[in-house]
Write a protein that binds this ligand. Structure first.
Ligand code: BGC
Length: 474
């Protein structure tokens, strides 16, 4: 006999919907809080949302040329690339991905940095290099919060996204990398350290002849933008010709003290079980590393309420991180009838999640689709708050000039913006709610694919230029 549900399916779903809903007053109060924390982070060191000066003082225009190495750590894989910029906004790239084991992610920093140096060596052995210079320059995309004190110097503040080498925080990550390269006698010099958002901004500007904002919606989330130097109050720099600097916001740490964020019990559970509880709560509501896990918590709750699968679960469903965000993408793209054996949702549930086939009804398929939509929509609307706040911060809600309005160029990268169905559309809806249709239309989103690789190369180029002109920014 089927189990008697503790609540009706509709009631259970309505309650979840209510908890995840972001109505206009809530969006507005979040946006207001964003503004306060932007100002606070620009004036103070040690904020949760750090607003890190990147020491990148200009963005490319597409005419840049040269061959550089790039090392990219911080997404799902480690990547080594060689990028050749053609000076016409285009590039060619050779690249190889290397897996980073959990042992490396959480063991001594030296092992991780030695592994990176080793990967650069393997790459050069396997592919050679197009560069004729004696010393190869390398841009390092390191996508974690780093207190940057020069273009090629930055101390790790703390890890995110499942990394946790305990002896690394406080250390200069360029120094650690260079020591590992030198120990192995690899003739490569790391001359630029860029966050992936900064890389995406540089790459998008190179490709589109300018950009103002960039955002990553991938394993983690973050944004960067070009700020007036006078507004970066915590940066003590001699008065000079520098007018702007790219700021890495680290918006994943927005409202970590939870004054404004409407966290649900599911968010709290996920956070409590995560590697760094009470840190990057906003990121945990938005990004690819966490959305699947959040959905899993909701599904398990519905199973326990006897609303789903007749109360049956599976080992995979009960396992932390057993439900990947990529499954949500497949489910949100599923247009089949809920009863169809061809339904991607059913396949995920039965074949991947190993829920007994006879326990998955058509209603269950529908319910799972609704849960993914609820969790995915909240993520996109929260993302719109970050973008809207950055438009306000840069005084770009309305056109500023008298000439034709070219809008605001925003470079985006990451698996969620690239592959998650309806993410951009839902984010745009949030922007319309917050700022109105005209402002939303001004946002010109471009995918800065490979931003981390191309951006690191552009960082290395910029650093070489600054060194050659004796114009070091520190
Ligand atoms: C990191 C950021 C990074 C973002 C996207 C976050 O966890 O703190 O530095 O830009 O992930 O990769």
């Amino acid at each position: 006999m089927p189990a008697v549900p503790l609540v009706t399916r509709e009631d259970a779903l309505r309650k979840i919907e209510e908890q995840f809903q972001l109505d206009l007053p809530m969006l507005k109060s979040l946006s207001q809080r964003f503004q306060e924390l932007y100002d606070y982070g620009l004036a103070n060191h040690g904020a949760d949302m750090q607003m890190i000066p990147s020491f990148v003082t200009g963005v490319p225009n597409g005419s840049e040329k040269g061959t550089y190495l790039a090392l990219d750590l911080g997404g799902t894989n480690l990547r080594v690339c060689e990028v050749t910029l053609d000076g016409k906004g285009g590039f060619t790239m050779k690249q190889e991905k290397y897996k980073v084991s959990d042992a490396l992610k959480q063991g001594p920093a030296r092992n991780l940095f030695d592994y990176m140096a080793q990967s650069v060596d393997t790459f050069l052995t396997d592919f050679g290099t197009a560069s004729t210079d004696d010393e190869l320059l390398l841009g390092f995309t390191f996508s974690f919060p780093v207190e940057q004190t020069a273009l090629a110097r930055g101390h790790l503040i703390h890890w995110t996204k499942g990394f946790n080498c305990p002896d690394a925080p406080g250390k200069d990550v360029v120094g650690l990398l260079q020591e590992s390269l030198d120990r192995k006698h690899i003739k490569v010099r790391c001359n630029a350290l860029v966050n992936d958002t900064v890389g995406a901004l540089l790459a998008h500007a190179y490709h589109s002849n300018g950009a103002l904002i960039s955002a990553i919606f991938g394993t983690g989330t973050n944004g960067a933008y070009i700020e007036d130097i006078s507004k970066i109050k915590k940066l003590k720099m001699a008065e000079g010709s520098i007018k702007h600097m790219v700021v890495n916001t680290e918006w994943g740490g927005f409202d970590d003290d939870r004054k404004a964020l409407p966290v649900t019990v599911f968010d709290n559970r996920l956070d409590r079980e995560s590697i760094r509880p009470r840190n990057h709560v906003f990121e945990k509501m938005i990004s690819g590393m966490y959305l699947g896990e959040l959905t899993r918590h909701v599904l398990v709750h519905l199973i326990d309420s006897l609303v789903l699968f007749d109360g049956f679960s599976s080992v995979v469903m009960n396992t932390q991180n057993g439900f990947d965000t990529a499954y949500m993408s497949a489910i949100e793209a599923d247009k089949e009838e809920a009863s169809s054996p061809q339904s991607a949702t059913r396949k995920v549930l039965v074949e991947t999640m190993q829920i007994p086939a006879d326990k998955v009804s058509a209603e269950d398929v529908d319910t799972v689709r609704r849960v993914c939509k609820i969790v995915g929509t909240r993520a996109a609307r929260l993302s719109s708050v970050a973008i809207a706040a950055t438009l306000v911060q840069t005084n770009n809600v309305q056109s500023r000039g008298d000439g034709p309005d070219e809008g605001v160029k925003v470079g985006m990268d990451g698996s969620v913006i690239e592959f998650y169905p309806h993410f951009e559309e839902r984010m745009r809806e949030g922007l319309r709610d917050l700022l109105g249709e005209d402002a939303e239309r001004r946002v010109k989103i471009g995918l800065a694919k490979d931003g981390s690789g191309v951006g690191a190369a552009l960082g290395a180029l910029q650093a070489a230029k600054q060194e050659a002109s004796g114009h070091r920014v520190e």
